[in-house]
Design a protein around this ligand. Sequence first.
Ligand SMILES: O=C(O)CCC(=O)C(=O)O
Ligand SMILES: [Fe+2]
Length: 319
Amino acid sequence: MSQKRTLHAFFAPAAKKARLNEDTSNGPRHSDHRHYPCPILDVPQSMSKAIASLPARTGKVIKNQPHLDLLYFEPYIPSDLAKDLFAFLRSELPFYRVEYKINRGGIQTDVRTPRYTTVFGIDETARFAEDGSVVDAKSGEPVQDRRYDRYPPRPIPGCLDELRRSTETATGCTFNFCLVNYYASGADSISFHSDDERFLGPEPAIASFSLGGKRDFVLKPKPVPKGPDPDLSPVAKTLKFPLASGHMILMRGPTQSNWLHSVPKRGGRNPEDGGRINITFRKATSKDGTENYYNYNVGTGPVYRWDRASRQMRVSSSP
Ligand SMILES: O=C(O)CCC(=O)C(=O)O
Ligand SMILES: [Fe+2]
């Protein structure tokens, strides 16, 4: 991205943004920030209204396994809105295919993330000022920290922030990060893991939305339980949720410290392989969280955007 566009986008007057806005009477049509690779359209007013009235159903508490605590909305977003939101986000968001190196027993291994990812947000020690700069959450003073330098944080764009606000009201939790995965086909996946990094604090709550194609979300107990009554854990089962478009699962309480979750690859040709978006809202408590999330979900590779003509992700700009 050229310096010219960056500066232009950063200082673009509000009136200019408003002029772009044909289908809404107030508020900008785009969300923009100097660290976005491109401006991100806000949802049209009709969608915005519909998002404000969510969830479509109340959540069902699932606590029938040791150290598991889920709140399952079936659905949170009704299917017509989920379909529109899926198409909107796939067209609008910048995605990445992150590659990184890990050290396993002294051997360097290259890892290619088997899905498209993107992330927005900043941990609770900081916030974005009106002008888009990062300031200390308490003092409002500008923040200089090496953990923000390599991958500068980006504010959650309007189109995802409306869903974040709805999710906070529905769950009583607060969130400052939004991670998005795009599984282009059954070959894309996420392997068994838990989201229990220190920067999420103890017993983190993670709200996880599904849009688009149906995929199995699989949970299994961790091999070595950390809970107060470990004797119960070996009898815990593997659980499979075939998540459909609009469903939301809130994982909370002891879930992350005791269970692993995954979205396994699907073999063969599946009619549901038309792509799936997963959105997770989380709360990071320290700057390490911000550094980690941008490192693994944005990285240093090219930006991919959805190409309507060829109906696939295409490299839209290189770093
Ligand atoms: O795609 C999903 O449903 C799960 C995503 C996930 O576990 C993650 O991003 O940490
Ligand atoms: Fe996860």
